[in-house]
Design a protein around this ligand. Sequence first.
Ligand code: AMP
Length: 421
Amino acid sequence: MALELKAPRGTGDVLPGDSYKWQWVEQMARETAASFGFREVRFPTFEYTELFERGMGDTTDVVQKEMYTFLDKGERSITLRPEGTASVARVCLEHGLFGGLLPLKLFYLISAFRYEKPQAGRFREFHQFGAELYGSASPVADKEVIELAGSFLQKLQIKDAVLHINSIGCPECRKTYHDALRTYFESRSVDLCGTCQDRLKRNPMRILDCKSPVCKEIASSAPLILDYICNDCREHFESLKQGLTQDGIVFQVDPRIVRGLDYYTRTVFEFTDPQSGLALAGGGRYDGLVRELDPKMQICGLGFAAGIERLISVLEQNGKFVPSAGPDLYLASMGEAAVRFCGALAMRCRAAGWKTETDLMGRSLKAQMKYADKLNAAFTVVVGEDEIASGMLVLRNMRDGTRTEVKAEELPVRLKELLVE
Ligand code: AMP
């Protein structure tokens, strides 16, 4: 049977003509994170399953339905990371990072895996830029994390994303809210999906982000958390709103965003794309997460993650990408000796920092020039017996056709002068 040469459903390849888009978005992420004092952390693609079950909550959609979980050859249950937050908390606990300088500010660029129904903007393997801030309970920290996400979108020139914020309270005020939700959903329980019937008993808030259309419709008239939060949580939220307003950050309070994971407390937020309605980035505060993973440790935290595929798709729709430049120099060769000469010369040009290519295909001079043209090379040089004998080369500017005589040993320096002009 013929091999099916197709990437698995819900995954994608980044082709050479597109990879510069990814590199640019990643670079903007690194620069924004650095400007806020966040440092990079890297961690494994998979963890022991328990980490996500405990960290994200075993009544969440992600844990119940979407994780790639398997037994490894040692019979341990392993899960491909569905997000970064629980892993980063694990890294900090394992390496004692919470004992160091606070606040601890970390960022990551990762792939993540969720077994979801693939559709526009939703994949089974996707990529995230995420940030986590540990050690501050102040609403100023919430503001800073929201501003980090917002600045990243600004840097990408995505200016029309809409910021939605909400407070989902603390475990204390949530008890009253859970009771109100239970009373409401019990009256409609026969219409809820099987998973939500179970959630009704264990964690009624999770019904609010069920993806089934019937549950969604029922949830649309459910009581709102903002009517139930305690005074402390309300003050925290008011202070965040004031801070954002002071910094000129436009936001909408949306009492319906609760976010899909159990670990959130108080602030939750999302930046959405007004065209598709999809969330480009989302996050919030999770003061109970670390204690859930290690009961001896109490440290508050918050963070967000932005989906790279969705950002690239918005940028493509807005025509924001300029194709990457071709090589600085193409060295065309005529004959065996010229191939060797060009090889050595190319190495010197590269060492000087120039993107340089030579012929690897044994093509005719005409075909080599055609190739250099297709690559969009800025300069070309043709090397034959005469050039090797005299050591003099003619550097041709491919944009305007001008020619400059250059000594071979001076090529890297002359190229610099001409490229900078
Ligand atoms: P979440 O952890 O679900 O809040 O995800 C954070 C961000 O990652 C979202 O705002 C999306 O931009 C992106 N994202 C989440 N799930 C997917 C997915 N299945 N495919 C593509 N992007 C996703």
